[in-house]
Write a protein that binds this ligand. Structure first.
Ligand code: GDP
Ligand code: MG
Length: 330
């Protein structure tokens, strides 16, 4: 036989503890009240006796359980640190951790890391290139983020690679030299380029390019509110021209997470179809992008830009590229 001891504020609670551990297979040997130092209260302590085999079985299990719990905590902590150190926010990770439905995942650091990566993989949505029919692709975003450069790359991809009839539309009327930048690209590729100075002109110029499959619209220097106004103005014209319009927000990979979210929020009323991340060549740390995508799980990524060179520095397989780049730093 072996002895075991339980303590609690009342004898009933101490007895209950013994009962929940051993069932009814024990005998009470003693009970006493011990005064708690510097207090009027007591702690009740009971001693019981149980069969040796049952004692060993229960206590071994308890030690194993405690060890497991400690091991799990260590696994979780070291796995999470990997992600925190790469710029993933605590709340993003908590969102992922809350999806864990089996202890197996917590049994090793590697399994937990693999689980988090696979959840990130599931979170990243890609926007497939669907260019059936007539489409207008508009790039919006802050100045200098890489809209014009990306438009030139896309123009080359669609016109030369896919043999689409492409036209470039320039609403880039504030930035000095911007018109020339896009018209030079257009000229080199032999693509129609139309520059407009006022938003009203957009609809009238649309008539002139009806034979084109794809119109890429550059918008530097125009506020999101003006773009919204423009879209509302041309909605009717677009439907009669059978053009579908896709608005893509261009964001720089070098911007920190809070700023990405702020910029996104200031453009989000435009009914964004996708985001494009640029300047991926300028950073090895894309935690901010991953965070952004975890926080905006319905926002697909259509393209990535990883350099200044037109037309080559563009990535179509966005999910693979982002995951490879992120996992590469782990
Ligand atoms: N390193 C790097 N530079 C880029 C990338 N995309 C654009 N740029 C450069 O960023 C600057 C601004 O680009 P631009 O297309 O004019 O931006 P916009 O004002 O949004 O039209 C130019 O010097 C581009 O060459 C990129 O993916 N990587
Ligand atoms: Mg521009």
């Amino acid at each position: 036989m072996r002895h075991d001891m339980f303590s609690a504020p009342t004898p009933e609670e101490a007895y209950f503890k013994a009962k929940s551990k051993y069932g009814f297979a024990f005998r009470l040997i003693s009970a006493r009240q011990i005064p708690i130092e510097n207090s009027d209260e007591y702690i009740c302590e009971i001693v019981i006796t149980v069969d040796e085999e049952l004692y060993n079985q229960k206590n071994r299990q308890q030690i194993v359980n405690e060890d497991k719990e400690i091991e799990q905590k260590v696994n979780i902590k070291s796995a999470l640190e990997i992600f925190y150190n790469r710029g993933i926010d605590k709340h993003s990770i908590e969102k992922i951790i809350s999806k864990i439905d089996s202890n197996e995942i917590l049994s090793s650091r590697e399994k937990l890391v693999a689980f988090i990566i696979s959840e990130i993989h599931n979170t990243i949505k890609i926007k497939d290139e669907n260019l059936d029919g007539k489409n207008i692709i508009m790039l919006v975003g802050t100045t200098g983020v890489g809209k014009t450069t990306t438009i030139a790359k896309l123009a080359s991809r669609y016109s030369q690679g896919m043999k689409k009839q492409v036209a470039l539309f320039n609403l880039d009327n504030y930035k000095v030299g911007a018109k020339e930048q896009l018209s030079n690209y257009a000229h080199n590729m032999g693509i129609t380029h139309i520059s407009i100075d006022s938003l009203d002109e957009f609809s009238s110029k649309l008539d002139a390019i009806e034979e084109h499959d794809l119109i890429l619209v550059d918008t530097t220097g125009i506020s999101p509110f003006d773009i919204d106004k423009l879209l509302k103005n041309v909605e009717y014209i677009l439907s009669s021209h059978k053009y579908k319009i896709y608005t893509n927000l261009v964001l720089s990979a070098t911007v920190k997470y809070e700023d990405l979210q702020d910029i996104y929020n200031s453009f989000s009323f435009l009914d964004l179809d996708s985001v494009i991340f640029t300047k991926l060549d300028e950073t090895n740390h894309i935690g901010s992008i991953i965070n952004f995508l975890i926080d905006n799980p319905n926002t697909p990524v259509s393209y990535l830009s990883n350099g200044q060179v037109v037309p080559t520095d563009i990535v179509i397989d966005t999910k693979k590229y982002l995951l490879d780049k992120f996992v590469g730093t782990l």
